[in-house]
Design a protein around this ligand. Sequence first.
Ligand code: ZN
Ligand code: ZN
Length: 561
Amino acid sequence: MRLLNQIHAHILTHPHLSPSTYAFSLSKILCFAAYRDVHYAKRLLFQIRCPNIFAYNTLIRGFLHHAPSAEPIFLFRRLIRSKFPPSNTFTLAFVFKSCSMLPALHEGRQVHKHAITSGLAGNSFVQTSLLNFYAKCEEVGLGRKVFDEMSDRNVVAWSAMIGGYARVGKVNEALEVFREMQKGGVKPDEVTMVSAISACAMAGALDLGKWLHMFIDKKGIKNDLEVSTALVNMYAKCGCIEKARAVFEAMPVRDAKAWSSMIVGFAITGMANEALEMFQRMGEAQVEPNHVTLIGVLSACAHGGLVAEGRKYWSSMLDCGMEPSMEHYGCMVDLFCRANKAEDAYEFVASMPVAPNPAIWRTLVVSFKKNKMFHKGEEVAKQLLQLEPHNAENYILLSSLYASASDWVKMSSVRRQMRERGIKAVPGCSSIEINGHVHEFVMGDWSHPEAKDITDFICEVSERVQASGHEPWIASVLQNVGNGEKLDALWEHSERLAIAYGLLKTKAPATIRVVKNLRVCEDCHEVTKTISKLYNREIIVRDRIRFHKFVDGVCSCQDFW
Ligand code: ZN
Ligand code: ZN
């Protein structure tokens, strides 16, 4: 940089240079500087009267290597306004990449329009980056449109499409693309495999994940660091922690990401000691922990009820100069709440230097409810309603708080408020994989082809569960209907449909694995515990945040989630 600065000074002190030589020299300096001091490079660009497209592209790319920022988009806007030089395929690819990193869907769509009008939208390089952008923004439908229009699909495009479906949990679609790709003679590489395995991790499709693992071994695809880490993550997220551990132990080298995947895996499975042991081994292996590692460590402490240890890791994290993110704060609040230390949690939240996010407030409300600190809960829940007046979750939380205090009048007034404001709850949706097919069940939806068998079976299960002495927690159903109807509605909860289908379609001792999009309700949690005992089955339910492993009438979450 010093040398570049000197040359720059030399140019400035030789005003007799012709304008074109001047511009050319500055552009050259800019290109060298773009990776070292991107802001200096940007100032240079503004000094050049007619910067060429190469200078623009280099600078945009320089910003991409930096932290995600809107700078590439600003530069692109400046470029368009100045009308000269025209952008080229590289410019567009870099800007799409920038939009996908932020992510900035709206801006990216504008750039897409520009690509069409400038006639560059048909270029395969541009298309691939556009597809990648839509996939990262979870606009998989738009991504698919781009993908279908592509005449020349390379392995990057295929991976982007697979990864796009992965992000939104559309496993079958992801695998269809995977098969199509093989049929088309495109050889899957490590990148494709990572995308496909991540798809399985997100949707909890263990059988397909296993199949991909076998595919890797059979086809001799390099089982490198990224692939192995994806496998560890997939097995852990699918509730196969021992498989995850086996893959992890077989890895010849492990980076922070690999260690973190294993630690987080143990944490979400509720194996706190194993997670902390792993963390110690990581330290011995002299791998620097990252943000994700600490999330794993703190949530392991939370899960194991290790409050003192959690505090210790928290302060050592601060001592190392690692700046806690909202997720870390969330783990600490969780730690206190799970240990029934609602007061400590409240104190911790009050001492936070940044404003807590709604998720943290919700954890607090749940804890207040559990500890019968009704008024504090009500106060925080009302604040939540103001903070996020359009989030159905907050209304449901407040009404369940009233329900737990048997305050039916206030409960129905919250429900009314919700209806009047036109707020709809996200329907519960659970999926289960049977023989390589993911079956999805939405609450109260009986469109499954085997609906009749499932209903009959559910009646049988419900009778057995009730005969065993289970008292349904009616307040879980927040509808103003008679008790009998409430009971029926409970048995329509999506996880029950999925579990019933699993019991119907698999034989003991196969584990039933269900993935749910929302939290598990109290009654379903109790019922699943009972079912695991009555039917002598291990049932694993992964809800939005964590795993519940039900064995012999007990859940691994120790009834706090
Ligand atoms: Zn339920
Ligand atoms: Zn549980």
